[in-house]
Design a protein around this ligand. Structure first.
Ligand SMILES: [Zn+2]
Length: 126
């Protein structure tokens, strides 16, 4: 299950990013996944939650955004979302279109919150 590796990289990225915000903790991480990236969002969520369970990141929420497959027309340059595997250009009906999106795997955003005075600081794993 490669979702476990992906969840691990996402958490690595969060920990790296949080070094820039020592007075804050991460509350939500947004991940963008292309629909052709061969990643099962539910499996990824399951792995992610299993990995943060009982850690300092246990309250971190994972938000998954699915990106549709996108093509660009070689003829007129029009960019469009491919639906039902019809990759024909909707503008000029050309079949010469190339895939320009839909296999993403990237971090979209990270929401952080500052620690309140009563909150215990995050424990470092390093
Ligand atoms: Zn076109």
């Amino acid at each position: 299950m490669h979702e476990m590796g992906i969840a691990n990289s996402v958490l690595d990225a969060v920990r790296t990013e949080m070094k820039r915000y020592p007075q804050s903790y991460p509350c939500k991480i947004g991940v963008r996944i292309g629909e052709m990236a061969a990643i099962d969002p539910e499996a990824l969520r399951f792995c992610f939650e299993a990995m943060i369970h009982e850690t300092d990141l246990a309250s971190l929420e994972l938000a998954i955004e699915i990106c549709p497959r996108r093509h660009r027309c070689s003829g007129c340059g029009h960019e469009f979302v491919v639906r039902a595997y019809d990759s024909r250009c909707p503008q000029c009906a050309s079949l010469a279109t190339i895939c320009v999106g839909g296999d993403e795997l990237e971090l979209a955003y990270l929401e952080v919150e500052e620690y309140g005075s009563s909150t215990v600081g995050a424990k470092s794993t390093e």
